[in-house]
Design a protein around this ligand. Structure first.
Ligand SMILES: Cc1cc2nc3c(=O)[nH]c(=O)nc-3n(C[C@H](O)[C@H](O)[C@H](O)COP(=O)(O)OP(=O)(O)OC[C@H]3O[C@@H](n4cnc5c(N)ncnc54)[C@H](O)[C@@H]3O)c2cc1C
Length: 590
């Protein structure tokens, strides 16, 4: 402790003397009673005494939501040794605990054939969906739903119990509250991952023959957002080792409140009280962006409600909806169409919407427009090279919201498919990763790589002075959250936002400081959010058209000639962000 105080004192003196001219202002601040150590790091732990552990496995599953559950179970059942590691807790982290409707396609009962279903989703998604993943989700959804039923998923509103059942029956080790910060590649293939534990204060290395990213999506941690552990970690870690990622220009449609532009997703609390249920094949074309467009044109507040529900004042222009999917005065979700599962003991419209047709939990009749910062489920994430959830890096797989499968395209085509897609893709990735790992004899991470990564993980704790991750995150939110940045897009504002984000990337990321393990996690998360923001802005600038959840005020039309493509992002040899077009319905090349 004494040693620590001495170190801090030295740091403080060194910083003040180094700060040169700034020292005079610090002295002046001190004279008027303002604290002078605003930028200094005051470590609460002795970073040099942190222990390291190394864990060996065949398949490493990162993330413990719906995708992670099925990835771990199916990889184990296919004969692989599996370790599951998660930033949160099994069945109680990520978006999974909030989802209450899971899609099941029962060919015996549905009027649509599988192929008709896929074709209708494609019409709704304006061609942006990957038909192989759309079909796979529908084809295997019932089998996954039946397994969940066996594990007790539909008996309780809380998922940790039913998720623990198959994991405990198989003795699959689960390590919780571990933040994975790095994927590790040697000789072109993935060989594991690294991160740290908040609870044991250890740096952890995982040597694995294959890795499945089930890390979910990500946002910018806006106010009221229930999923603050999701900060695009998976896509950014994969991008850092050379994987292709996609889907950054699309936007999740959940808008915010007029009272507080950053308060999107308020009021989802009672989702925990609902029991899950199954949903059917009703295909729609819901955006959320159109509500923001109306708010942008008319000002707030607006009444919440799905497109065509009669809650919104008509305005000209705005995002395009195919005729087949316009829903004039349609019954809102939760009403007699039965698009969402009914709430137990409560008939009629969901509570959150105060009877105005809001989706459950949306909490109120007002929207102002803000963005969570994530894309529509399953459109953002690692680029697959086949329908086995394999990424462009050998040995690296992804499933669920971490995979850019374009299962439903760049839009929310039907309720419940997202949870079903995570289950189906988790199972597919689990089996594929197990089969891949059987072909690999052994993997080792070189000592030099271990040292390099450990230094990168701990860097914010070693910084003598810098920016707190909370401050940098708030700055990023101020840039990215207004609805006229990534909902109602135009070139000059996208470029202005990008200039700020590039400043955060170049100047603030290297100066993110952390005094303890919690701040260390925030520092790594903040870094990932900044890189994701850069991707979102650059992809949005590039796509000079409007389609689905990407709406450009300066390019309002769908451009079929130039933009029947997905936009992939990868790190160039000079470490700069590169973009490439991949035509719809083709697989990426590595
Ligand atoms: C409020 C709300 C309501 C929804 N309702 C529905 C619905 O009714 N029906 C539907 O189909 N979908 C719904 N969705 C979407 C659905 O919940 C998600 O698409 C789905 O749960 C994603 O599952 P996943 O396993 O891919 O990711 P997640 O469930 O998000 O899991 C990600 C996991 O990765 C872990 N993780 C992240 N980063 C790291 C890291 N660096 N290191 C280690 N672990 C990490 C997290 O802790 C978590 O365990 C809803 C979403 C929300 C937010």
């Amino acid at each position: 402790m004494k040693k620590q105080n001495k170190k801090q004192e030295m740091s403080r003196r060194k910083f003040i003397s180094l700060a040169g001219g700034a020292a005079a202002s610090l002295a002046a601040m001190s004279a008027i009673g303002m604290p002078v150590d605003w930028a200094l790091n005051n470590p609460e732990i002795d970073v040099d005494s942190l222990n390291t552990d190394k864990i060996k496995t065949d398949v490493l599953v990162i993330g413990s939501g719906m995708a992670g559950l099925f990835a771990a179970v199916k990889a184990h059942d296919a004969g692989a040794k599996v370790v599951m590691v998660s930033k949160g807790r099994l069945g109680a982290s990520g978006q999974t605990p909030f989802a209450k409707g899971i899609f099941a396609f029962d060919p015996e009962k549905e009027d649509l054939s599988l192929d008709e279903f896929v074709a209708k989703v494609s019409r709704s998604a304006l061609g942006t969906n990957n038909k192989a993943y759309t079909k796979q989700m529908a084809q295997h959804s019932l089998a996954r739903v039946n397994e969940l039923k066996e594990w007790g998923f539909f008996n309780s509103s809380l998922y940790n119990k039913s998720f623990s059942k198959p994991i405990e029956e198989r003795n699959i080790p689960v390590q919780e509250r571990i933040t994975i910060t790095h994927l590790i590649k040697e000789n072109g293939s993935v060989v594991g991952a690294a991160g740290f534990s908040i609870d044991t204060q250890k740096v952890l290395f995982y040597e694995a023959k294959s890795v499945i990213l089930c890390t979910g999506a990500g946002g910018f941690k806006p106010n009221g957002f229930p999923i603050c552990d999701l900060t695009h970690d998976g896509t950014i870690m994969a991008y850092n080792i050379g994987a292709k990622v996609t889907g950054k220009e699309w936007n999740d449609g959940h808008p915010g409140k007029s009272e507080n532009a950053a308060a999107c997703y308020d009021g989802w609390g009672d989702m925990f009280e609902q029991k899950p249920s199954t949903t059917g094949v009703e295909i729609r074309h819901d955006l959320g962006v159109d509500m923001n467009y109306v708010a942008y044109k008319n000002g707030s507040p607006l009444k919440m409600g799905p497109p065509g529900s009669g809650q919104q004042t008509d305005v000209s222009g705005g995002p395009y909806t195919p005729e087949e999917f316009t829903r004039q005065n349609a019954t809102p979700p939760g009403g007699k169409e039965g698009g969402r599962p009914p709430r137990e003991g409560k008939g009629g419209p969901p509570k959150g919407g105060k009877g105005d047709g809001a989706p459950p939990g949306m909490g109120g009749s007002i929207v102002g427009g803000s963005s969570a910062g994530m894309a529509i489920h399953k459109s953002e994430g690692l680029v697959p090279i086949n329908d086995q959830c394999e990424s462009t890096i050998p040995g690296l797989y992804a499933a669920g919201d971490a995979l850019g499968s374009y299962m439903a395209g760049a839009i929310y085509t039907q309720i419940g498919s997202s949870l079903a897609g995570s289950a189906v893709q988790g199972a597919v990735a689990g089996e594929a990763a197990a089969s891949y790992s059987k072909k690999i004899n052994t993997v080792t991470i070189s000592i030099s790589k271990l040292k390099e990564i450990e230094a990168e993980i701990l860097a914010p704790l070693k910084l003598e002075a810098g920016y707190s991750p909370a401050w940098v995150t708030q700055t990023l939110q101020g840039i990215m959250i207004p609805n006229f940045i990534i909902y109602i897009k135009k070139e000059n504002l996208l470029k202005a936002a990008l200039a700020y984000v590039e400043e955060l990337r170049d100047h603030h990321i290297p100066m993110l400081r952390a005094a303890n393990m919690h701040e260390l996690r925030l520092a790594h998360e903040t870094k990932n959010m900044i890189v994701s923001a850069e991707m979102k802005l650059k992809a949005s600038i590039m796509r000079t058209e409007s389609r689905c959840s990407h709406y450009r005020l300066d390019y309002p039309e769908v451009d079929t000639e130039n933009w029947e493509v997905w936009l992939n992002i990868f790190k160039g040899e000079d470490n700069t962000m590169q973009f490439e077009k991949q035509p719809f319905n083709t697989w990426a090349t590595t």
